[in-house]
Design a protein around this ligand. Structure first.
Ligand code: NDP
Ligand code: 8X3
Length: 253
């Protein structure tokens, strides 16, 4: 029997790449997102059974209803990839748009906990499963403009750590994948659709790709059942951390 993976945010980027890779590895897929046409296109293209769910993960009742109403064939979920998420804005906190901050909190934190809470019973019932959260280097390291986005990813990391403690004694695994610079639609969304600026983020770099992250998700799921990969932090070679920043002022000279 085929294994079942649910990938949230499968309409582009990491989620779409995971859908393509797991289909090639003969898994059946539950794919979620808001853009129906993209999900339908994937369903037509990929050679496996696919159940499409169109909802906004910020809509708690919709997420609950769609998990409650999974078709029998897809109701035994082996892996949940909590991937749907976004960054909005790259400016300093003192100029930030509170609506953008709320959207990141509602999507990256609240949407992720809704999916986790509603899918978990499908795993505890059979005492097996794997929750893979897509965090970020932004949850580990500060950078200018990372403010609320990075904080949502720090939440995701700690939520995963705490899930592990609650699930101790079960066979359910929890992993956090923490990518750095990766070329997807992420920057286009972050920069409000400004393609030139978004492309500029990747100019002169060799960033990670969706396929790179999908391979890591597959590797994490392919470990023997007694092995839990807690966290994987991954950057492209062209990225690193900076030195501590020090503001110098004539007053102190
Ligand atoms: P993309 O913008 O390409 O993909 C984001 C996905 O999330 C889309 O499928 C989108 O679907 C879905 N999504 C966003 N908001 C919602 C919502 N409210 N309801 C349902 N689905 C939603 O970006 P990435 O593939 O890069 O991002 C995937 C994850 O990886 C995110 O959590 C991001 O924070 C994280 N990440 C990205 C990095 C990068 O540099 N690219 C690095 C580290 C982490 P739709 O719009 O159709 O709803
Ligand atoms: C996305 C990676 O460095 O743009 O999570 O925050 S970064």
């Amino acid at each position: 029997m085929k294994k079942t993976i649910c990938i949230t945010g499968a309409t582009s980027g990491f989620g779409e790449a995971c859908a393509r890779l797991f289909a090639r590895h003969n898994w059946q897929l539950i794919l979620t997102g808001r853009r129906l046409k993209r999900l339908e296109k994937l369903k037509q293209e990929l050679d496996t059974e696919i159940h499409i769910i169109v909802h906004d993960i910020r809509d708690r009742e919709a997420v609950k209803k769609d998990v409650d109403n999974l078709p029998e064939q897809f109701s035994s979920v082996d892996v949940l990839v909590n991937n749907a998420g976004l960054a909005l804005g790259l400016g300093p906190a003192q100029d930030a748009d509170l609506d953008q901050w709320e959207t990141m909190v509602d999507t990256n934190i609240k949407g992720l906990i809704y999916c986790t809470r509603f899918f978990l019973p499908l795993m505890t019932q059979k005492n097996s499963g794997h929750i893979i959260n897509i965090g970020s280097v932004a949850g580990n390291w500060p950078y200018p403009g990372g403010n609320v986005y990075g904080a949502t990813k720090a939440f995701v990391k700690q939520f995963g750590n705490n899930l592990r403690t609650d699930l101790l004694g079960t066979n359910i695994r929890v992993s956090n994948i923490e990518p750095g610079l990766a070329e997807t639609e992420f920057s286009l969304v972050r920069l409000s659709g400004d393609k030139e600026k978004a492309d500029g983020i990747y100019t002169g770099t060799k960033p990670l790709t969706g396929e790179d992250i999908a391979e890591i998700v597959l590797w994490v799921t392919s470990q023997p059942p007694h092995v839990n990969v807690n966290r994987v932090e991954v950057m492209p070679v062209c990225q690193s951390c900076g030195p501590f920043a020090i503001h110098r002022d004539k007053e102190f000279s």
